[in-house]
Design a protein around this ligand. Structure first.
Ligand code: CS2
Length: 494
């Protein structure tokens, strides 16, 4: 292969001979969608769907303006700017083959930390008809046990006092929506694409709590005019590695400084509640349904919870990737038993969905040997994820008299992992979690008080007072601290 060609708009025609590139005009006029949180997932999912739509119908007017609210995104901002917001999606198939494609649906990007006025103006602009979000589970600012808005957050306090100087999505959205209302412009749709059950309802509740505190009339206007479809999003998107960047240059001749890798599978199920129009995404396979609830619950409690089960147990064992966990028969059967015995019963029958087939396909997706999704990505921000993915299932099984032991071992393992921070081979585990200090502090009390970890009310609510859970947990955590061997514990439970 000749030397790699730098990815940018000017080089697209030359790159076309090497990998597929957009066949539509890219323009920043009338973008339609503002997306907050331009991480790998957005680039593999919404931006990919829209790219496909634009490729199949070049007259589609919609495109995306990305927005970041975090200084940490400066690197992706700079890279995308240099590449005219083009990037390569590398779809990794289980047989080892990689399907790269240059995606062109993102046409602009703004950093709120550099110019907050510009971001407010962009969201408030008459052309903006959808504001979509991938801000992670932690970004919604709710108390995980009460589900209420967290007014203790200092950024929230600051922006309530300084409405013209917002910091979080709540400050930006209210500032922009106020301008639209004052200018008599129609509202827009706020489209959550995060892994939270009833993600649209949650975004609505949080935004209205904030807005009511700031300006009651505005809150009423938002409640009546803005829509918040719930949606279930799915595509496994591992962290990009330097190896991916090199492979793209070496094997395909494209020099892209931040490609995105993902699995072939993709799914998006959305409620058709759009206040101000939407692209015809059903033409590229997006499912529009009246009630997304059952799909969301199924995906979060099977796929996301399944990931966490493998991730936490795998991290202690020393597995580096999710596919390595699945190659290990013990982990594979532990996961399947958890899915069948603890997660499936609380789902009840799901109309039109074959749960057996769904679970089989999950195991196949996790096993994709080419994907190499890291255990560290899965374990990151567990404090924001586990209450929704796993602890909710424990609550429901306690209420129904269902089995809890497999999920409870994962909680005991989470405590052990937060305390020790090394795996069974003695290698350090880097804990990436906004709550890592609190988790470590609580976990290290376990020797004196076996229930110390589950007494963190923010994560577990009143669970430590539930006799059945407390007894199961206490037995498992003490035994794990004694035997220091996660496989032994897993075998005993199966
Ligand atoms: C993962 C998700 O980190 C995690 O929690 O389970 O990022 C998962 O890969 C996606 O939700 C797949 O759609």
């Amino acid at each position: 292969m000749e030397s790699a060609i730098l990815l940018n708009q000017g080089n697209l025609e030359e790159i076309r001979n090497r990998v597929p590139v957009p066949n539509y005009e890219r323009s920043t006029n009338n973008m339609g969608i503002v997306h907050i949180g331009v991480g790998g997932f957005h680039r593999a999912h919404l931006a990919y769907y829209l790219h496909q739509l634009k490729n199949s119908d070049v007259t589609t007017p919609w495109s995306i303006c990305g927005i970041s609210l975090r200084e940490a995104d400066k690197k992706i901002f700079d890279i995308l700017k240099k590449q005219d917001h083009l990037y390569t999606l590398m779809i990794k198939h289980p047989d080892g083959h990689i399907e790269p494609e240059v995606i062109g649906s993102i046409v602009d990007f703004e950093m709120a930390t550099t110019d907050s006025e510009c971001v407010i103006a962009r969201i408030a602009h008459a052309d903006t008809r959808i504001v979509s979000l991938t801000i992670t589970e932690g970004g919604y600012n709710f108390n995980p046990t009460t589900g209420e808005f967290n007014f203790d957050n200092s950024d929230i306090q600051y922006e309530l006092a300084h409405p013209n100087n917002p910091k979080t999505i709540y400050g930006f959205l209210t500032a922009a929506l106020k301008r639209r209302r004052d200018a008599d412009l129609p509202a827009f749709t706020i489209l959550s694409c995060d892994n939270i059950e009833h993600n649209g309802d949650m975004a609505r509740k949080m935004l209205l709590s904030f807005a009511e505190e700031q300006d009651r009339d505005l809150a009423n206007w938002i409640a009546n005019e803005v829509t918040f479809p719930n949606s279930m999003v799915d595509r496994i998107t591992p962290v990009t590695t330097s190896d991916d960047i090199e492979k793209l240059a070496r094997n395909f001749g494209v020099k892209d400084n931040w490609p995105v890798t993902c699995e072939p599978f993709i799914q998006w199920v959305v409620e058709d509640k759009f206040a101000n129009g939407r692209p015809d995404l059903e033409k590229v396979g997006v499912q529009f349904v009246p009630d997304v609830g059952p799909y969301e619950k199924m995906k979060l409690r099977l796929l996301n919870a399944g990931h966490s089960v493998l991730g936490i147990l795998g991290a202690i064992h020393g597995h580096q990737t999710i596919n390595a966990c699945i190659e290990d028969e013990l982990f594979k059967s532990y996961l399947r038993t958890f899915l069948d015995q603890e997660a499936t019963p609380i789902l009840g029958p799901l109309k039109g969905i074959d749960l057996e087939a769904y679970k089989n396909s999950l195991l196949e997706r996790f096993a994709n040997p080419n994907i190499k999704d890291s255990v560290s990505r899965i374990c990151s921000e567990s404090a924001a994820k586990l209450p929704k993915f796993l602890i909710a299932t424990i609550h429901e099984n306690l209420a129904d008299g269902g089995s809890i032991k497999l999920a409870t071992l994962v909680i005991a393992a989470w405590c052990y992992y937060s305390d020790k921070q090394i795996n069974q081979n003695g290698q350090p585990i880097e804990i990436i979690d906004a709550m890592h200090i609190a988790l470590h502090d609580a976990a290290k009390e376990t020797k004196g008080d076996p229930l110390a970890f589950i007494k963190q009310e923010l994560l577990f609510g009143g669970l430590s007072e539930n006799k059945r859970f407390a007894n199961t947990y206490s037995t498992l955590v003490q035994k794990l601290y004694k035997v220091n061997n996660i496989q032994k514990m897993m075998k005993e439970i199966l």
